[in-house]
Design a protein around this ligand. Structure first.
Ligand code: SF4
Length: 284
């Protein structure tokens, strides 16, 4: 999530989500739309959808209790090897070793070996023969690697492993320039006196489960419109994962036409909709 937004935004959003959905039980009688509305702005909306489906299964099949075995966890939507390991270690304090990108970097640097996630788990399992707090180990390795053994500028002089680390005091290149795909999209803000036009089956597929503003990708839809009087009202850059979009927004005043696939929403009610940040930015 931090690839798409700031730490502060994520922190505030997580608190807001926990406030509205404090327990599995609190999801009962709620629809996905409710979660998407509070999730709006975080991006990665597939995760909200998976979370909603997973909690529904936990409520229906596990009596509202988070399972504590790997097979049950992995059967939940959106839960893979890493997430199940993190839940077992951090949530249930069971012997399990979640290997995220930071932990992997730490172990690889100390050992000087290119290791796969499974091999790192095996090494940690062999190193932890006595019962320990698996929760503390998982959390401290994540924190240590992100605070001390940082990706581009590890703080080797402060590191407790520096006397035997195979990578101590080496320099690591800054690989910040990950190439993004550049794309240009025109969105249409189609206004009637009281309504704004949205569409149900958009070709812009980044925000499944949300209604969309129409774009130039929706060729069949746009073919119904007379674009002669369109007026460009804003233009900005917007990043979604590794795509950098040049967004152009055109305003078009029309009567409230019946166009196949369209949904007209009252202007005064658009702020009550669950909408991703991109559309909020276009509308405001
Ligand atoms: S000595 Fe440097 S490279 Fe090695 S683990 Fe510590 S911070 Fe990382």
């Amino acid at each position: 999530m931090l690839q798409q937004t700031t730490v502060k935004t994520v922190e505030n959003k997580i608190l807001e989500i926990i406030n509205i959905f404090p327990s599995f039980n609190s999801f009962k009688n709620k629809r996905l739309e409710h979660l998407l509305k509070v999730w709006s702005g975080l991006g990665y909306y597939k995760r909200a959808e998976n979370l909603f489906k997973a909690v529904t299964i936990i409520n229906n099949s596990y009596n509202g209790k988070l399972p504590d075995d790997r097979d049950s966890l992995i059967s939940l939507p959106g839960v893979g090897k890493y997430t199940s390991s993190a839940i077992l270690a951090i949530g249930h304090n069971k012997k399990s070793f979640p290997v995220d990108i930071n932990v992997k970097r730490l172990i690889q640097r100390v050992s000087g070996l290119k290791l796969k996630d499974d091999e790192i788990e095996e090494i940690l399992s062999l190193a932890c023969k006595k019962k320990i707090s698996y929760r503390s180990l998982a959390e401290s390795m994540m924190d240590y690697s992100s605070i001390i053994c940082k990706k581009n500028s590890p703080e080797c002089s402060k590191c407790i492993f520096s006397s035997f680390c195979k990578s101590a005091f080496q320099s690591f290149k800054n690989n910040k320039n990950i190439k993004k795909n550049n794309k240009e999209i025109d969105f249409y803000l189609i206004n009637s006196p009281l309504h704004i036009c949205f569409i149900k089956k958009p070709k812009f597929q980044f925000y499944k489960n949300f209604i969309h503003l129409p774009s130039n990708l929706d060729k069949e839809f746009i073919a119904n419109l007379n674009l002669k009087n369109k007026e460009k009202i804003k233009s900005f850059k917007f990043t979604i994962t590794n795509n950098l979009f040049q967004i152009n927004v055109y305003k078009l005043n029309l009567k409230k036409l019946k166009i196949n696939n369209s949904v007209w929403i009252e202007k005064s009610k658009t702020n009550q909709l669950a909408l991703p940040t991109l559309f909020k930015r276009i509308l405001n």
